[in-house]
Write a protein that binds this ligand. Structure first.
Ligand code: UDP
Length: 395
């Protein structure tokens, strides 16, 4: 077994189950970049996330043996879990071999926690779990919540929660591990670099030069509530909407099809623009007049809310979960009840017609720069890592 790192940067073995670029993976991309000289990211599948890590020159390993673990879904029962056991064992063994060269394991998703937890137990390495979810029945089955809490209590030395809301849900579900809240930090520079000519070119390309433009960013999934904006748009006769994001996970394709169908039924096809996954979010957000977040279940954090604020656009978010920690209603954005197209349409209509919206956008940007900065995130993570290492893995 090699000895712990003597350099100032800890050696961290990050573990994430996903090959796709969801919010948790974009976060890990930023966190791992700061430790890339001493650390490695292990994924359970290849794909765009692995590509982005390699582009950022972050050492990356894909464990193909993890397919069996990866294919267990949130809704699955005990039988599916049992079928995944042989693949789980093989994956844990491979991860444990890698873990011997690192000071600690950092699990970024739930399945990663279970696999990293077992590898940590095997090798005597401490395990940190970064919790990106609200462990409530809005999002998870009872079995799934139980497995997550059991995994955390059994294996994690420390839990990093992405919001107070996530921390409270973890504790309410039975989590008993020391927990710190570290907010996602978003780099403001890509938003500052957007030029007015790039915005004009984008608007021209999309055919939305002179219309009020509302942007909704996020993967297409029922709980993200894209349908609420579509309903609201039918009472905003001149506005257009950009729906930016793809259906990333199982079952979300059917929801995506239902959105297209509803748009056709309401006769909104020329005003709703489905753009799929885009890598130019800062330019797209800056091209919008208002950014909306429509999640119908509480959002654990909501990176897109902070990004809309960094673009200095007024952001309207649903009044629940992490959004309450990001926006103060009427001061740095607006909060509306979830699943309420009429309330959303009213708020959008007033924002699209008042010069105060500019001030709201500026106030939001100031708060986002101050509270959700990459520096604040990095120092929060550094503090947890050094505490865990100096306690030698003891809570
Ligand atoms: N995103 C992106 N391209 C898209 C749609 C979304 O890069 O087409 C990014 C978005 O900018 C944000 C992340 O995906 O950084 C979504 O994170 P959020 O916390 O809002 O939601 P999650 O996917 O974690 O539920």
């Amino acid at each position: 077994m090699s000895s712990p790192s003597t350099s100032s940067k800890p050696r961290v073995l990050f573990v994430d189950q996903s090959g796709r670029l969801g919010g948790a993976e974009l976060y890990l991309l930023d966190v791992a970049r700061a430790y890339r000289d001493t650390s490695r990211v292990v994924l359970f599948e290849d794909g765009p996330f692995a590509g982005a890590l390699r582009d950022a020159q972050i050492p990356t390993t894909v464990l193909e043996s993890a397919a069996a673990v990866r294919n267990v879904r949130k809704q699955d029962g005990l039988r599916a879990l049992l079928r995944a056991l042989p693949g789980l064992f093989q994956t844990v063994a491979r991860l444990a071999r890698l873990a011997r060269d690192y000071d600690l394991l950092f699990a970024n998703t739930q399945k990663a926690l279970l696999v990293a937890g077992l590898a940590g137990w095997w090798t005597g390495r401490p395990v940190i779990w970064n919790l990106h979810d609200l462990l409530t029945d809005d999002h998870f089955t009872r079995l799934n919540r139980w497995a997550a809490i059991w995994g955390a209590n059994a294996f994690a030395t420390h839990v990093i929660a992405n919001s107070e809301a996530s921390r409270q849900a973890f504790e309410a579900a039975g989590g008993r591990v020391p927990t710190s809240v570290v907010y996602n930090g978003i780099d403001p520079s890509p938003f500052e670099a957007v030029s007015s000519s790039a915005v004009a070119a984008l608007r021209a390309e999309l055919g939305v030069e002179d219309v009020p433009l509302i942007g909704l960013f996020g993967r297409l999934a029922e709980w993200k509530g894209q349908h609420v904006l579509i309903e609201a748009l039918s009472s905003l006769p001149t506005a257009h909407a950009l729906l930016v994001g793809d259906a990333l996970f199982d079952g979300d394709q059917a929801y995506a099809r239902s959105l297209h169908q509803r748009v056709a039924e309401l006769g909104l096809a020329d005003r709703v623009h489905f753009l799929g996954f885009r890598a130019d979010v800062p330019t797209l957000m800056t091209a919008c007049d208002v950014i909306v977040h429509t999640s119908v279940a509480p959002e654990p954090f909501g990176r897109v809310i902070v990004e809309g604020m960094l673009a200095a656009r007024p952001v309207v978010a649903t009044k629940a979960g992490g959004a309450l920690e990001i926006i103060t209603d009427g001061r740095t954005g607006c909060l509306v009840p979830p699943s309420d197209p009429a309330a959303l349409a009213n708020t959008l209509s007033s924002l699209l017609h008042t010069p105060d919206a500019t001030e709201l956008g500026r106030a939001g940007r100031a708060r986002a720069r101050r509270v959700f900065s990459p520096e604040a995130m990095q120092s929060g993570i550094d503090a947890v890592l050094s505490r865990v290492i100096s306690n030698n893995g003891q809570p």
